[in-house]
Ligand binder design. Structure first.
Ligand SMILES: Nc1ncnc2c1ncn2[C@@H]1O[C@H](COP(=O)(O)OP(=O)(O)OP(=O)(O)O)[C@@H](O)[C@H]1O
Ligand SMILES: [Mg+2]
Length: 309
C-alpha cells in the first residue's frame, strides 16, 4: 500500500515515536514569580516512549487514570508539543509538519461539548466538514455517506442534544472520519457509555471502521475487554512509560495458562487494574432510554421529543 510520505524513514509505519517525552511544569507560586525561577516539581506523563504502529493495525494503549494516555494522543494529533524526542504520523513530523499530520488523521474523543447541541446531527457534520475545505457538494456527499456508516441516517435531523450517549459517540466517530483519515485516534471512545452501548460501539468499530474501511486505529482504553476485543496489539502504559507490548493472547500466555489481562497488568505495573466505574449514568439525553445498540426505545424515543426538535 502506498502512502504519501513527508520523508518518513520507515515506510510501513503509520505511527512512530522515538524517546517521546512531555513534561508539564508545575504552576509557579508567588515566591517563584518574585524570584523569577521555575517551580519545583512538574509531571512527565509521557516519558521516553519508543513505539511503532504499522499501517492497518488496531493498537491499544491500556493504562490507568493519569497514566498519560490522553497526553500521548494529543502529541500525536499535534495538540500538545513534546518536550523531547520525535514522532511521525503517516510519515509526517508532528512538530515540523503539523498541518500535514492534521490533514491525514481523525480524532475521536468523549468531549460532547465540542458539538453544537442545538444543531441537528447532519448540521453538525456539515459544519465540521466545511472546516476541511470541502466544496459544498463534496461535503454533503461525505456527510450523507458517514451518517449511513454510523447508522444515524434516521436520526440525522434530530438535534444533537436529544441523542443518547451511544448516538453522540457515533457522531464523534463520524466527525473523526470526515476527512477520510489514514489513521484514526480514539481516546477512550466508550468511556461514557453503559456496558450494552459500549459493546455495541465496539462491535460497530470492529465491523465498520476496521473491517470495511481498514483504518489504522490508535485507541486508548481503560477497559480490559475493549483491549482484548478490538486490538491486535496493546501496550500496557503507566506513569508515562510502556511497560510491555504484545497481542492480548501473547501477553496472557507469557504469564502461564489461565492468566487474564488483569494479571498481566498487575505483573508489569505492580498495580491492580480497576475498571472505570459506569460513567454513563445520566449521560442519556432527556426523553431517551437507549437500547443495547445505543438507540432510543421506540416508545420513549424520537416521537416524544418536544419543542420542534
Ligand atoms: N495541560 C496540563 N498541564 C499540567 N498537567 C497536565 C496537563 N495535562 C495533563 N496533565 C497531567 O498529566 C498526567 C497525565 O494526564 P493524562 O490526561 O494524559 O492521563 P490519562 O492516562 O489520559 O488519564 P485518564 O484515564 O484519567 O484520562 C496527569 O497527572 C495530569 O494531571
Ligand atoms: Mg485520558
Amino acid at each position: 500500500m502506498t502512502r504519501a510520505s513527508g520523508g518518513g524513514t520507515i515506510a510501513d509505519n503509520a505511527i512512530e515515536m522515538v524517546n517521546l517525552t512531555k513534561t508539564f511544569a508545575a504552576p509557579r507560586g508567588i515566591a517563584d514569580l518574585v524570584h523569577r525561577r521555575t517551580a519545583a516539581g512538574g509531571v512527565t506523563p509521557v516519558d521516553g516512549v519508543d513505539l511503532a504502529v504499522e499501517e492497518g493495525e488496531v493498537f491499544g494503549l491500556l493504562g490507568p487514570n493519569g497514566a498519560g494516555k490522553t497526553t500521548l494522543i494529543k502529541i500525536l494529533c499535534t495538540l500538545v508539543l513534546p518536550t523531547a524526542g520525535a514522532a511521525k504520523v503517516n510519515g509526517y513530523d508532528v512538530v515540523k509538519e503539523s498541518g500535514r499530520v492534521r490533514e491525514s488523521i481523525g480524532l475521536v474523543t468523549t468531549d460532547e461539548r465540542s458539538f453544537y447541541w442545538r444543531l441537528t446531527g447532519r448540521q453538525n457534520l456539515e459544519f465540521f466538514g466545511s472546516l476541511h475545505n470541502f466544496s459544498t457538494d463534496d461535503g454533503r456527499e461525505m456527510v450523507e455517506e458517514l451518517l449511513g456508516v454510523v447508522d444515524l441516517k434516521d436520526a440525522a435531523d434530530v438535534r444533537f442534544l436529544n441523542y443518547s450517549a451511544g448516538m453522540k459517540q457515533r457522531m464523534a466517530i463520524a466527525r473523526g472520519l470526515l476527512n477520510d483519515p489514514a489513521v484514526l485516534f480514539m481516546d477512550e471512545p466508550t468511556r461514557s457509555l453503559d456496558p450494552g452501548a459500549a459493546e455495541s460501539l465496539r462491535d460497530f468499530i470492529r465491523k465498520e471502521i476496521v473491517g470495511s474501511r481498514g483504518k489504522t486505529i490508535f485507541i486508548s482504553t481503560h477497559n480490559l475487554a475493549e483491549a482484548e476485543e478490538l486490538c491486535g496489539r496493546v501496550a500496557i502504559f503507566d506513569e508515562g512509560k510502556i511497560k510491555v507490548i504484545g497481542s492480548p493472547n501473547e501477553l496472557k500466555a507469557s504469564l502461564g495458562d489461565g492468566s487474564k489481562l488483569s494479571d498481566v497488568f498487575l505483573h508489569y505495573t505492580g498495580k491492580r487494574f480497576e475498571e472505570r466505574g459506569r460513567a454513563g449514568a445520566g449521560a442519556t439525553a432527556p426523553g431517551f432510554r437507549p437500547d443495547r445498540r445505543g438507540f432510543p426505545h421506540r416508545g420513549g424515543g424520537l416521537g416524544r421529543r418536544r419543542g420542534g426538535v
